[in-house]
Design a protein around this ligand. Structure first.
Ligand SMILES: Nc1ncnc2c1ncn2[C@@H]1O[C@H](COP(=O)(O)OP(=O)(O)OP(=O)(O)O)[C@@H](O)[C@H]1O
Ligand SMILES: O=C(O)c1ccc[n+]([C@@H]2O[C@H](COP(=O)([O-])O)[C@@H](O)[C@H]2O)c1
Length: 246
């Protein structure tokens, strides 16, 4: 797909926080994803992380997500749906930094840019699902990620974290697991926290398949996102062109 530079949606990067959130810079949390489209599982995790960590969650759509087929919707549509889904919600923001870059949206590049912007001392975390953690050894320069950010891992059905991790991952993560957000704030990077939220079955693949197949899908995404999909006839809805990733 393209790099998403064109038609970047108009989303406010700086929604104000209510006072129950601590100083926004005490822990920077980035939740990257393809969000193709954003679904109720994404939102459940973002909200739980916000409440458990006590900080803003910056939801960051990938322009060109690595290691997967091109998304069904382009970056501008995916970012717009994300912005609609969290519009006005305290403690959730859209972060468009990956849409400003050419090439695959490698997390190591994103985190280096974050460090260049905020410095080396501020605690930074990447929020990922358990399936992403299990795939981490395939990511670009994956061991460098521990020097750049903490990882907050959301449990996901089908990707058990309580079973033995693959040896290379077990070795890389040994001694890094902590059990509180306070521990994340105690250092800039390199720790892992398991987010023990209720499991949510949401999956963007399921949403896309149901739309293309004519099955029920509206209740898998926020209403404003369902309206957007219908308005723009995304994901093969009603005979629109079938995206490659379905
Ligand atoms: N229901 C869920 N529970 C836990 N983590 C999730 C859930 N849905 C998505 N995630 C995590 O959110 C991040 C972004 O997910 P992504 O946008 O790829 O959604 P997805 O539903 O996994 O999409 P797809 O089905 O297209 O692969 C990933 O780290 C993924 O593991
Ligand atoms: O950096 C990598 O090599 C890499 C490989 C796979 C996924 N990621 C990032 O992980 C996040 C979730 O990816 P995805 O494909 O599950 O939406 C998203 O921010 C991706 O850019 C990053």
């Amino acid at each position: 797909m393209g790099n998403g530079k064109q038609a970047v949606p108009d989303v406010s990067p700086d929604a104000s926080l209510p006072s129950r959130f601590p100083a926004p810079d005490s822990l920077l949390v980035f939740y990257g994803g393809t969000f193709d489209p954003v679904h109720l599982g994404h939102l459940a995790i973002a909200r739980h992380a916000r409440d458990a960590l006590g900080c803003t969650i910056r939801m960051m759509p990938a322009a060109d997500p690595p290691h997967r087929a091109p998304p069904g919707a382009d970056a501008a549509h995916r970012a717009r749906m994300l912005a609609l889904a969290i519009d006005g919600e305290p403690g959730l923001q859209v972060d468009l930094r990956e849409l400003d870059r050419d090439g695959p949206s490698y997390s190591v590049d994103t985190l280096r840019a974050v460090r260049a912007e905020y410095g080396d001392a501020v605690p930074v975390a990447l929020l990922i699902g358990a399936d992403s953690l299990l795939g981490l050894p395939t990511w670009r320069e994956w061991t460098a990620l521990f020097g750049l950010a903490h990882l907050v891992v959301a449990e996901r059905s089908g990707s058990a974290l309580d079973l033995r991790l693959p040896p290379v991952l077990a070795e890389a993560t040994a001694g890094r697991w902590v059990d509180s957000a306070t521990a994340l704030r105690g250092s800039p990077a390199g720790r892992l926290l398991r987010l023990q939220q209720p499991l949510h079955p949401g999956s963007a693949t399921e949403v896309r398949h149901r739309i293309a197949g004519g099955g029920p899908w509206h209740d898998l995404v926020p209403g404003v996102v369902a309206d957007y999909i219908v308005r723009h006839r995304l994901y093969g809805l009603n005979g629109a062109a079938t995206p490659a990733s379905l």
